[in-house]
Design a protein around this ligand. Structure first.
Ligand SMILES: Cc1cc2nc3c(=O)[nH]c(=O)nc-3n(C[C@H](O)[C@H](O)[C@H](O)COP(=O)(O)O)c2cc1C
Length: 210
């Protein structure tokens, strides 16, 4: 499918057929998440695929009982590595880019200029900023997954209204991981029209804002 077509036609799905989703399709969706871009290529996302009905029902409570969660055939718990933007992990990701020939920074530039600047190194601004930055990257990967799900004739639902703390407890996750969103997959049992959007002229401007 054409990317433009997927962008125009995809819609958030909240009604599912009971059919389970083929593993190959779930893998295609995860692969789209894997290919998403991220700051410094840190790839902070970690995805936990859940199909166990009991676990999904428990997690639905962490989403305030939203009915489409409990009914979803697949729930992907979209998590992040707490330390992804630590100096050490950010440096490792950048080193990989340097080794791949993307940049040719000598260590002196990497350590002093890039990892030594508040603009380019989130760890310098503290843990809260590191987590916000990691969360942003996870959302990019979910956006990619929404399009691949559509391409696989699957419906998807992005669920951000959750208690990450409750979800962590239910899943007994280690401190190294934080929960950011739920991402639901299944065969759609509805065919919604594209939802309304603001006119392009209200949100995009040429040369100056007016
Ligand atoms: C970050 C984020 C969080 C969202 N959280 C929820 C949610 O908790 N429950 C839900 O039903 N939809 C949720 N949505 C879906 C939006 O409501 C939906 O994308 C929006 O209304 C536009 O509709 P569309 O995706 O069909 O174009 C979320 C979407 C995003 C991007």
């Amino acid at each position: 499918m054409d990317v433009s077509e997927a962008i125009q036609k995809r819609a958030n799905i909240r009604k599912w057929k009971p059919a389970s989703v083929e593993k190959e399709k779930i893998e295609k969706v995860l692969e789209a998440g894997r290919r998403a871009p991220s700051w410094g290529n840190v790839q902070p996302w970690r995805f936990i695929v859940i199909q166990d009905r009991g676990k999904i029902a428990e997690l639905a409570k962490a989403a305030g009982g939203q009915p489409q969660v409990a009914a979803a055939p697949v729930l992907i718990l979209c998590c992040g590595l707490t330390e992804a933007f630590s100096r050490k992990m950010h440096r490792e990701s950048l080193k990989q880019l340097i080794e791949a020939g993307v940049m040719n920074w000598p260590d002196e530039v990497l350590d002093n200029r890039v990892l030594g600047s508040d603009l380019t190194a989130p760890y310098r601004l503290g843990e809260q900023v590191m987590m916000i930055r990691a969360g942003e990257q996870i959302m990019i990967s979910i956006a990619y997954m929404t399009l691949e799900a559509f391409n696989q004739d699957l419906g998807s639902c992005w669920v951000g209204a959750i208690s990450p703390r409750d979800a962590r407890e239910i899943m007994n996750l280690p401190d190294a991981l934080f929960v950011h969103d739920f991402f639901l997959l299944g065969y759609p049992d509805e065919n919604p029209k594209p939802r309304p959007r603001k006119e392009l002229s209200k949100i995009a401007f040429w040369e100056k804002y007016e």
